[in-house]
Design a protein around this ligand. Structure first.
Ligand SMILES: CC/C=C\CCC/C=C/C(=O)SCCNC(=O)CCNC(=O)[C@H](O)C(C)(C)COP(=O)(O)OP(=O)(O)OC[C@H]1O[C@@H](n2cnc3c(N)ncnc32)[C@H](O)[C@@H]1OP(=O)(O)O
Length: 308
């Protein structure tokens, strides 16, 4: 139902393609490739936009840029998570798309993580549905066969960090004000096993243990030191670096890279798929505890006070 609505509402813009061009190459009618044809080829883009996600697919390079656009902080509510999973799936089945750059359209924020209001004062059915949407986002992103690069142009705590960790490569803007990490314990909550698995895979057991217990948020340079990100670049170079890294990764034959990626990620994916329902039940019983609801409410109040 949601999928149908999104597809109906999507704004599909096809930029000029000229009859002789295709995403997979130039179909020449009369010999030489003209510079006009090359210009058209380079501008062949498809764009679609939903409420909280925008996607631009460059059919020439096969690279899509997916932007989160839910001001003020791109917190991940049910609708955003659902749009995200649907858009990623559309790109996954699009033969013209080989890579996705994930970034934010909101200045200074990549994503503030899960929308805390989705985890406060609601009923058990809501929590169950919300958690399923969180799982689905992760299964789609971490399990994507495309090359995925996080262009982290702002702060990225908790669920925002999870999204970045799920990509193949992470580039963050060099700005001391930005922080990244799995800070769940600072909210008085526990990161679930699959958050723990993925950060352990990326930064190793010792660093993950310290990082998770203390709910650490790192500056870009500290994140680089522990391997939480792969590169720190000037703020205005994040997107261009992401495009350059993407072009490098796309020089590899898809099938070899995809099978390798799947081999590396399958055990963690399988673990969540196998325990998916138990993980939802566990989340619901955990989040409905009075003590957890109090912790989250206090955290939200603290955020609001800070903002005033
Ligand atoms: C068994 C398993 C159980 C549980 C597992 C649950 C796993 C949870 C994962 C999560 O992702 S929880 C979310 C954790 N996120 C955070 O801790 C981030 C909190 N936010 C911030 O630190 C900051 O807002 C910021 C992202 C650094 C941006 O700072 P800035 O100063 O630019 O904005 P401000 O703080 O004033 O916020 C603006 C506005 O947005 C509201 N807000 C912020 N974050 C969230 C959020 N995650 N969810 C909902 N709302 C959020 C904030 O309250 C302000 O609202 P206001 O304008 O109405 O005051």
């Amino acid at each position: 139902m949601i999928a149908t609505l999104l597809i109906q509402h999507e704004k599909l813009e096809q930029l000029p393609s000229g009859g002789t061009l295709s995403p997979y190459g130039v179909h020449q009618k009369h010999g030489q490739i003209t510079s006009q044809a090359l210009q058209l080829l380079s501008s062949q883009r498809r764009q679609f936009s939903n409420t909280y996600i925008s996607v631009k697919l460059d059919e020439t390079s096969g690279v899509a840029v997916m932007k989160l656009k839910r001001p003020p902080v791109n917190s991940l509510n049910m609708e955003l998570l659902t749009e995200f999973a649907i858009n990623l799936e559309k790109l996954e089945i699009d033969r013209g798309c080989r890579g996705v750059i994930l970034t934010s359209a909101v200045p200074r924020i990549f994503s503030a993580g899960l929308d805390i209001t989705e985890m406060c004062g609601k009923n058990a059915d809501h929590y169950g549905e919300f958690w399923r949407a969180v799982q689905e986002m992760w299964l789609k992103l971490y399990g994507s066969s495309m090359v995925t690069i996080a262009a982290i142009n702002g702060s990225s705590p908790a669920g925002g960090c999870l999204m970045a960790l799920s990509c193949d490569y992470r580039i963050i803007a060099n700005n001391k004000k930005y922080t990244i990490g799995l800070n769940e314990t600072q909210l008085g909550i526990v990161a679930p096993f699959w958050f723990k698995d993925i950060i352990t895979e990326v930064i190793g057991h010792r660093a993950a243990e310290r990082s998770l217990q203390l709910g650490m948020l790192y500056s870009p340079t500290d994140a680089l030191k522990i391997g939480l990100v792969d590169e720190v670049v000037a703020e205005d170079k994040v997107q261009s670096t992401a495009s350059a890294v993407m072009a490098q990764w796309l020089t590899l034959p898809d099938h070899a890279r995809q099978i390798t990626k799947s081999m590396m990620r399958k055990p963690s994916l399988d673990r969540l798929v196998t325990h998916r329902e138990a993980d939802i039940t566990n989340f619901v019983s955990y989040i409905t505890r009075d003590s957890i609801q109090k912790s989250l409410q206090m955290y939200m109040e603290m955020l609001k006070k800070k903002g005033r």
